[in-house]
Design a protein around this ligand. Structure first.
Ligand code: NAP
Length: 308
């Protein structure tokens, strides 16, 4: 039997997946037709990235799963028409990309690279401390946060982490709302790799931005709504936060008149910290279709109540 797989994602992604996805599904031993449009009642699986063409999942009465091409599912998880199982992307290549981006951003600030790379004559011998004297807090210890925290630990940073549930890690960890202050207290670099849920919105706010060390740095590759923008701008203006490197925003693309574009203490990055790679992402989607067709449990199912 040939399965019908609907690819519901922006045009740009179809160009990237139109060949690799059918190939990966075939390599998993599944006969399937991958199309961009189909009679909803005939669709077996939906491969999905946020797009305005698909907001009502109710007509997909036969669909066995919605397979996200993104790790973050904040734009779909609350959709009340979605009753099919939802799986997010967990891909070692995604973690690899995020580890590289986060490590680069941390080293930029740790080594004062901005000060020491420049055209102007500049001779100020302000050597950075060793990494083991630099406190780094990772908010979020999931697939991506834990991989980044482990790499920073290997580089000898004084890492601590925070998550919803307790964790065992080769560095101090804190959890739940009660643990947030201890996780952030006196830290030099804060990294946010949390999902956007009602519980994590504005987790960096006027109060919590006071807990890190004076002159701390914020790095946000997680989601824009994790940060209260006004509170961050106020903390930057006050010098409490020395710099913020932001890859994600409440509204994307970041509006042209947003103060982040011109603030000297902000680096804007256009949501590229780690992108899904079509070949490895297709293999993961294909494996989930194979599992579902063989009656095995789906991988990386989203807990709809938890929101991630
Ligand atoms: P994940 O595996 O689901 O991990 C999420 C982490 O956040 C977990 O450690 C979880 O705690 C923690 N968390 C969730 N709610 C919390 C709360 N209320 N309080 C404390 N901790 C909480 O997700 P992931 O794969 O690492 O991805 C993280 C996020 O990165 C995604 O949701 C997405 O928004 C973002 N992302 C961005 C890019 C980019 O290019 N900028 C690329 C990919 C992903 P538990 O471990 O206790 O559950």
């Amino acid at each position: 039997m040939t399965l019908n797989v609907l690819f519901s994602a922006p045009d740009m992604l179809w160009d990237q997946y139109r060949e690799v996805l059918p190939r990966a599904i075939a390599a998993a031993g599944i006969e399937a037709k991958v199309t961009r449009s189909a009679d909803p009642a005939m669709v077996d699986y939906i491969v999905y990235a946020p797009n305005p063409n698909l907001t009502d999942f109710a007509p997909f009465t036969k669909a066995k799963a919605v397979l996200s091409l993104f790790a973050g599912v904040d734009r779909i998880v609350g959709n009340t028409t979605l009753t099919q199982p939802l799986c997010r992307l967990v891909d070692p290549a995604l973690a690899e990309g995020m580890v590289e981006w986060v490590t680069g951003q941390v080293l930029r600030h740790h080594l004062h690279l901005d000060r020491n790379i420049g055209a102007a004559p500049h001779w100020v011998q302000d050597a950075p401390p060793l990494a083991r004297h630099r406190k780094v807090t990772m908010l979020g210890l999931g697939e991506l946060g834990m991989a980044c925290a482990n790499m920073l630990r290997v580089l000898n940073f004084d890492v601590r982490g925070w998550s919803r549930s307790p964790k065992s890690a080769p560095f101090p960890t804190f959890h739940s709302t009660e643990g947030l202050r201890d996780a952030l207290f006196d830290t030099d670099i804060v990294i946010t790799l949390l999902p956007d849920t009602p519980d994590t919105r504005n987790i960096l706010n006027a109060q919590s931005l006071q807990w890190p060390a004076d002159g701390a740095v914020v790095i946000n590759p997680g989601r824009g709504p994790l940060i209260d923008d006004e509170a961050l701008l106020a903390a930057l203006d006050a010098g409490k936060i020395a710099h913020a490197t932001l890859d994600v925003f409440w509204k994307e693309p970041l509006p042209h008149d947003h103060p982040y574009w011109t603030h000297p203490g902000v680096t804007v990055s256009p949501h590229i910290a780690s992108v899904s790679r079509p070949s490895s992402a297709s293999e993961i989607v294909a494996e989930n279709i194979r599992r579902s067709e063989s009656g095995e449990p789906l991988l990386f199912r989203v807990d709809r109540a938890r929101g991630y």
